[in-house]
Design a protein around this ligand. Structure first.
Ligand code: SR1
Ligand code: MG
Length: 408
């Protein structure tokens, strides 16, 4: 597959040739072209002009950037991202970046410049508290759950959209890296020597492996909604209303190239997992108060998700068998699945490929306990959800484990 890759030198010409982009940036007054792709897959450029204009250009490479050309990967993922952002943007315009252009020949997405925002994971790692983001992400997941599913879309049309949204290669990454490889080594796992025993115990945990079988089955077969499918804290941009932290006036989910029709709780579990990982970092650093704040994000996301979904429920297209009782069952099922998807997402970020800066940037002596804590929370989550699935139970359980395993 050959197509021309963007470079800092060719960006101005590319913008000039695309009127929708040229509306955002004055090409005659460009002051800065920065390559900022710190994800695992793509090239990302931010372009600024002297008048305060800006645009982001993201180009999918035909391989996984993290690994290189030895791992080929369809650049059609850029179309999935564009189409998901556009659909989600119609449902929750404030909660995703605006898309200006999708170039199907060069797999380039032109979108809103969010330079006045920052990536939430980075802010969390700097010890900052952005208030309200977790609730906004709960609202986003609920808007997607309701608005892209058969509760809002004509069922025949929904099937056509789901077919177009099938994203097999990206789903394979998740099926392998999230659900399988932490338990069946494929040459991509790694941990500190001090955590080898923890990783071996995880892989030998029959209860965990069985839970991962159930979760993977759900991921591979439950086409409930056009989910984001990679909704970690590195896929969220945040902007404080004033200063560096505090209440936010904007939060946006981006990087939705993994989007496909999948289980709603997968996105909720991804958020919970990454809140827990942020809490593990705070605990390791001796910041117990901030760890509690991070863990409480789980409740904020869930509460907002449930309230938003329930508020939409009376508007569903067909209430005949999708009764209020069914709606209650669905919400309860999603809460239960959130625990298990969170467990899957935590374990993979400790043991498998594509780890998190939250844990990896800790000094080794602290990283040992934080990694162990996250793995122990994952193994406890798949067991303890059966004893009472309230978010508060998860928070209490995880906080206690993270404190008990710290090596500070
Ligand atoms: C090979 S891609 C590795 C990971 O990066 C993305 O953010 C997804 O989480 C994926 O699993
Ligand atoms: Mg990503």
């Amino acid at each position: 597959m050959t197509y021309e890759f963007l470079t800092a030198d060719t960006i101005a010409d590319y913008i000039s040739a695309n009127p929708r982009l040229a509306e955002q940036v004055d090409v005659g007054a460009i002051t800065e072209v920065k390559e900022v792709g710190d994800g695992n897959l793509n090239l990302v450029f931010i372009v600024h002009d002297a008048h305060g204009g800006g645009v982001v250009l993201k180009q999918a490479l035909p391989y996984v950037r993290l690994v290189g050309p030895d791992w080929p990967m369809t650049p059609d993922r850029a179309r999935h991202e564009a189409e998901a952002l556009q659909f989600h943007g119609r449902l929750a315009p404030a909660l995703v970046p605006e898309v200006y252009l999708f170039d199907a020949e060069r797999y380039i997405l032109g979108m809103e410049d969010l330079s006045d925002h920052r990536v939430w994971r980075g802010a969390l790692n700097d010890g900052l508290r952005h208030e309200g983001v977790a609730a906004l992400m709960g609202e986003y997941v609920a808007a997607v759950a309701f608005g892209t599913s058969i509760f809002s879309v004509d069922p025949e049309e929904q099937k056509m959209i789901a077919a177009r949204s099938a994203n097999p290669e990206l789903c394979t990454i998740t099926e392998d890296l999230v659900f399988t490889e932490p338990y069946f080594e494929n040459g991509r796992n790694s941990v500190l020597a001090a955590n080898v025993k923890d990783a071996n115990e995880l892989a030998a945990d029959d209860v965990m492996v069985r839970a991962m079988g159930n979760a993977k089955w759900s991921f591979m077969t439950h086409g409930e909604a056009l989910i984001h499918a990679d909704l970690h804290t590195g896929s969220v941009m945040v902007r404080a209303a004033s200063g560096d932290e505090g209440p936010v006036d904007s939060a946006k989910a981006f990087d939705s190239e993994f989007a496909f029709y999948g289980p709603v709780a997968f996105d909720l579990g991804a958020l919970w997992a990454n809140y827990t990982i942020a809490a593990a970092r705070a605990t390791a650093l001796g910041e117990d108060d901030r760890a509690d704040w991070c863990m409480n994000l789980c409740a904020e996301t869930w509460t907002a998700f449930e309230a938003t979904f329930r508020a939409s429920w009376p508007e569903r297209r067909d209430a005949r068998v999708f009764t209020d009782g069914f709606g209650d069952d669905l919400v309860a099922r999603w809460h239960d699945e959130t625990w298990v998807f969170a467990a899957a997402k935590m374990a993979r970020r400790i043991v498998g490929l594509a780890k998190t800066k939250d844990i990896e940037s800790l000094p080794e002596e602290l990283r040992e306990g934080a990694a162990r804590g996250v793995l122990d929370v994952a193994r406890a989550a798949v067991r303890e959800r059966e004893s009472g699935p309230a978010s508060e139970n998860y928070i209490a359980m995880a906080s206690q484990i993270l404190r008990a395993t710290t090596t500070r």
